[in-house]
Every structure is written in C-alpha cells, then in structure tokens.
Design a binder for this molecule. Structure first.
Ligand code: S3P
Length: 447
C-alpha cells in the first residue's frame, strides 16, 4: 500500500512537521482512539477541586491545556494525582475553600482555564490572585468575563483592553441575570461558577446555545441547575454543595473531526473513530458533514456519566459545498478550520458566516486558514465574519505555519495528505495543546 512520509523535525524552540504523500494510492484505514474531551477534562478537574470529597476522572485529556488547569488548582491547595488517562483522583477542598496561591497562576494557552477559573476566584472573599498566560492568551479578550463578574461585585484589575495578566481580590458576589452578547460556553460557565457562591439564582441567557458541559457536570456534582431550551438560558442556585463524583471523559469530537474530514476527503479511506462524545451542543460538525453528503455513520450509541457517546465510521465520498451560519456556529466553533479543509474538496462554493468569534481564538483562525490554505493553492477568501471556499482546485505542497494554534496545525496536516508534493508545517508542536498523539496516530492510519 502507498504511504506518506511523515517526519517531525525538532529545532531548538519549535518542531516542524513534514508530510510527503505518495504520488497516488494513499488512503487512511483502521480504528482511531481519540483523546479525552478538552472541555470536560477542564471542568472535571475544576469541579473536583472545589467539591467536597474525592473525584475520580477516567479518560482525562493529557494535553497541555488540562495540565495548566491542574497546575493552577494544585497551587490553590487541591490535591490532584499525577495526570494520566487511566485514573486521576482529585481531593476536593470544598466550595469557597481555595487557598491564596503564593505565586502567579499560569493558564498557559488555555482560554477555558483562565475564563472559568476567574469565576471561581472572584467569588473567594478576601483572597488575592494574579493570573497570566502565554502570548496568545494575553492577547485574547477577557472583558467578556470581567464585565459580568464586576456586575456581580467582583474586583478585577487588567491591562488596557481587558487583557491579562489580571489581578483579582475575591468578594461575596451578588447573583445576576446576564444577557451575554456572545454565544460562549466559557462566558456562561464563568458566571455559573461564580453564581455557585452567590446568595440566590444566577442566570445566563445566550444569543445561541453553546456547549452545556458545565450545566450537566454541575448537576452531577449536586448543584441545582435549570435550563430553558426556549430562551437558551441556564440558571444555577447559589450556596450550593458540591460532592465529588466519578467522571468518565468521552473522546473529544473536536479531535475526532480531523479524522472524519481526513477519511471523507482521501479516496479509498475508511476510519472507525471510537468513543466520540456526541453531546448535541457539539455535533454541528456531523450536521455540516451530512449537508456535504459525507458518508458518516454513528454506531454503538450510549450514555457515559451523563454525556452521549458513539463510535463514528467515516468513508470517503464526493463532497458538496454547504452553508454554515447562525445557530449552528457555536455547535461547531472549533471545527471550522478542519471544515474549511473539507470545503476545499467539495464541489461548489462553501460559505461560512457569523463566525467572527474565530478571530479571537488561539489565533485569528479566519485569517490564518485563509492565508495558509491559499499558499497550498486553495481558492479561499476571508470574509469579515467567515470564509468563502470554492472547492475542486488540487492542493500543492507548501511551507505553512500553525501560528502556534493547535487546530490550525492539525487542519493543515490533514490538508497536506491530499497535496501534490511536500508540505512543511512550522510550529507543529502546538497540536499537543489538545492532541499530544496526533502525529503518531497520523503515521499509523496512513501506513
Ligand atoms: C470551550 C468553549 C469554546 C471553545 C473552546 C472550549 C469550553 O470557547 O472554542 O475551545 O470549554 O467552554 P468560547 O466559549 O470562547 O466560544
């Protein structure tokens, strides 16, 4: 069978990934075990730390982002065992009991760590915290959580433009009903977590429904949470008692998406992606691929500690262009870079709108995907709030860059499988943020 040459090159401060597909005959075959869900991993560590008693986490994502969360909560007194994907135990210290850390908390590259943790820190009266992150995170907007927290009575200092590093002096917070201008699970979760300590009901209403892992897990840990699916509102009852739980983390659909698109666009491919979380607030990618007439089937559907899970089988097929916009966007927000790669192989013009949020992710994903896929010969135009991609132009190998963004690095690697000639992806180590075994899995499924 023809196979690609896939090589990681190590330099002093970064890695590059070189992908040289054969002239013909490459396909992807076999079964793929994807890493644990990033969103659920963060939440299990955080709720475990602030609950009473022990939390056991199976299938935790061992990426850099959950490591940042674990390091922050250890620095505030939570006992978290060594991280592994088998079993992590967290000895919770109880709601409102986090200790003042003796140093700056470092959220690394992780927006979820910084934004969710802020809600917890702001509600710890009389304790002082400072929080920073890497260059990417220090350029991302924090006002979206600072402002509602200030409405609840929080004291937070920040750099101009609402940027980190941040300083927080915890306060007894007031409950609010917050109408968020953005559909963001990080904003919603931050406020609900702050509301855990407030006296009364704290509600967040969103302009479209974002992922609901916090609502599900807060309930599982014993908080009273109400959701109104008509108005996209979630309410938490304050002064809750959280009790440690067992959390089985499903595989991350956002990581599975790379394999779904890879199998869909490379002729002759068939992959079975096992143990994929299919929470309806995350399955926009399945809907977009189905609109594109991809051959995707769900097998062995089941519920695992409150989250729906399935195995996903994907076979190659000829894709059609589609339109992605509106309420669908928050349900596939992290999959837009890899869906842009799928669109390069679809007949017709795919238009993605209402996705301006992509400009404030780990990189400006609209601009970076447009420039990097253009370098490979794709017909892709950046729109103010999206992308327009006309499929059917064959890709050619090129020198491209992840801009230190994990999802860009992996999307470009999948695009490279279909190109004529060699592609080198600079700063490919970024993949380890959410998928440390990505390159090893890629080498395995193409051989
Ligand atoms: C996440 C929410 C999303 C997503 C991010 C993880 C979460 O961000 O892009 O990767 O775990 O809550 P926003 O809330 O900013 O949309």
């Amino acid at each position: 069978m023809a196979t690609a040459t896939i090589t990681l090159n190590h330099y002093e401060n970064h890695h590059s990934l070189t992908i040289a597909p054969p002239n013909s005959g490459l396909s992807l075959q076999g079964q793929v075990q994807i890493p644990g869900d990033k969103s659920i991993s963060h939440r299990a560590l955080m709720l475990g730390a602030i609950a009473q008693g022990e939390t056991q986490i199976q299938g935790l994502l061992l990426g850099e982002d959950p490591r940042s969360t674990a390091a922050c909560f250890r620095a505030m007194g939570a006992e978290i065992s060594e991280l592994n994907s088998e079993l992590v135990t967290v000895k919770g210290i109880g709601l409102g009991q986090l200790q003042e850390p003796v140093n700056v908390l470092d959220a690394g590259n992780s927006g979820t760590t910084m934004r969710l943790m802020l809600g917890i820190l702001a509600s710890h009266p009389d304790r002082f915290f400072t929080v920073t992150g890497d260059a990417s995170l220090r350029s991302r907007p924090m006002s979206r959580v600072i402002q509602p927290l200030q409405q609840m009575g929080a004291q937070i200092w920040h750099r101009s433009g609402g940027l980190a590093p941040l300083a927080i002096r915890g306060q007894a917070l007031q409950p609010i009903h917050y109408h968020s201008p953005v559909a963001s699970a990080q904003v919603k979760s931050c406020i609900l977590l702050a509301g855990l300590m407030a006296a009364g009901e704290t509600t967040v209403t969103e302009p479209a429904l974002s992922r609901d892992h916090s609502e599900r897990m807060l309930r599982a840990f014993g908080a009273t949470v109400k959701v109104d699916p008509e108005t996209w509102s979630a309410t938490v009852m304050g002064q809750a008692q959280l009790q440690g739980q067992t959390v089985i983390v499903p595989g991350d659909i956002s990581s599975a998406a790379f394999w779904m698109v890879a199998a869909a666009i490379v002729p002759g491919s068939e992959l079975l992606i096992q143990n994929v979380g299919i929470n309806p607030t995350r399955t926009g990618v399945l809907e977009a691929l189905s609109q594109m007439e991809a051959d995707v089937t769900l097998e062995n559907q089941r519920i695992v500690t409150g989250e729906p899970v399935a195995d996903v089988r994907v076979r190659h097929s000829f894709l059609k262009a589609c339109a992605i916009a509106g309420d669908l966007i928050p349900r596939l927000i992290d999959e837009i870079p890899i869906l842009a790669v799928a669109a390069v192989f679809a007949q017709g013009t795919t238009v993605i709108r209402d996705a301006a949020e992509l400009r404030v992710k780990e990189s400006d994903r609209l601009s970076v995907m447009a420039t990097q896929l253009s370098r490979m010969g794709a017909k892709i135009t950046e729109l103010p709030d999206g992308l327009e991609i006309t499929g059917g132009t064959p890709l050619v190998g090129a020198e491209v860059d992840s801009y230190t963004d994990h999802r860009i690095a992996m999307s470009l690697a999948i695009a490279a499988l279909t190109a004529t000639g060699t592609t080198t992806i600079q700063r490919a180590e970024a993949a380890a943020i959410s998928y440390p075994d990505f390159t090893a899995t890629l080498q395995r499924v193409v051989s």
